[in-house]
Write a new protein. Sequence first.
Lengths: 246, 249
Amino acid sequence: MYRATICLLMLTLVSGCSDQWGWYVVDPTTKNGAVNLQFLLSGLYYTVLLSVTAISISVVVGLLIALPGLSSSRPMRVVSRTYVEVVRAVPILVLILWVYYGLPQLSGLTITVFWAGVIALALSDSAFEAEIFRAGIQSIAKGQYEAAHSISLSYADTMRFVILPQAIRRILPALGNQLVYMLKMSSLVSVIGMQELTRKANELVVSEYRPLEIYTILVLEYLVLILIVSAGVRWLERRMQSDERN
Amino acid sequence: MGEGAEPIIRFEAVDKFFGSFQVLKKISLEVALGERVVVCGPSGSGKSTLIRCINGLEQHEAGTLSVEGTKLGQDHASLNRVRSSVGMVFQQFNLFPHLTVIENLMLGPVRARKLPREEARDLAQRYLERVRIPEQADKYPRQLSGGQQQRVAIARSLCMEPRIMLFDEPTSALDPEMINEVLDVMTELAESGMTMICVTHEMGFARRVADKMVFMDHGEIVEEAGPETFFNTPKSRRCQDFLQKILQH
């Protein structure tokens, strides 16, 4: 958090000694500045909602893709592998455009901007989540499966009570990384008109003609958001570790 | 071990391959209810594979293997029936590190045997007392010594109330001073009448509890005899050599 404060401080200093900056557009002490600032911050809601919804879906889908990838049946592995390779190869921006403009034509359903964004981000991320889960599950020693087998646990129970709880502890840093990545990639959904942080900033720039200040605020918004997420993930890691040690 | 009693485990000409390498060659072996069998032999002789076949951790390729009259390797249901009556203790303990001792013990009874949690907890506590570590119930495995961990692993198997217990080199990963605490628990279990098959190099334990000794080499059962005959007058050259090496110290 202190890094954000330092950045803010530096910027304020710089602004004082250069006539390039015009912080008045977002000066909360003036009426117009306060309105603008509030407008920029109002994008936070959709950025967070979009990212959290998308990652929740992609974690589940990713796990469902990873499990057949670890099966002993070859066709199952091929299906999983193909999904990962194909989805991973599509750029997120392309996927957003395809889902928003292409998918309704294909399926006959109308998709809101929000859900188009969620689907595109979740789809794209699920391939990466699948790889993370695969690595995590493969890192668990064979003896754990054998012990579960010898106390008659079913496959589902073995995964749920023995393998996944251990795998998730190990992949937590990687999952945190993906959440940060998703928060940043959600800015791409602005191209289809999603009213999130980046879109709000773009709109304000058009009316105020102060891109430097407005985009600087945008940078800070993402910075603060992501520092909070990082702190949250670290807290979770610590808590899960102390669970095992205490 | 009554005469004519149906054996609880029966191997008939069982073959097992790892790729093109034959680990088990025409294995035939019978274990009676309540019998204590100790399997020994040089490493790579197939002893672990032999007992791992009994609870379906390995599948045999030829011959028949039946446990309590159920033939293994046919379908999923038969495997489930067999593994629910066979407990196994591993060289590396294989406790679940993210669960406390009591949770390790309760998982099988609650999920597989569908016991209510309270009943499972009582059962677990009872078996912890039996392996003499009731006070460690709420600790995590990593907080225990190796010997304690292996005793927890034995208790975890016993919580499934199996009729057969398999031990795969249960003391090989332990520091010398912890071996006896585990062997004591195993001896007590043997005295209680449990059918046991132990792969071990603890010959003192074998002499004390075994009804039958099995010596394996290169995937074959080379010698099978009562402990008296086995230790005093081994027939085969390979078995004599092995015993000489292992009993030297």
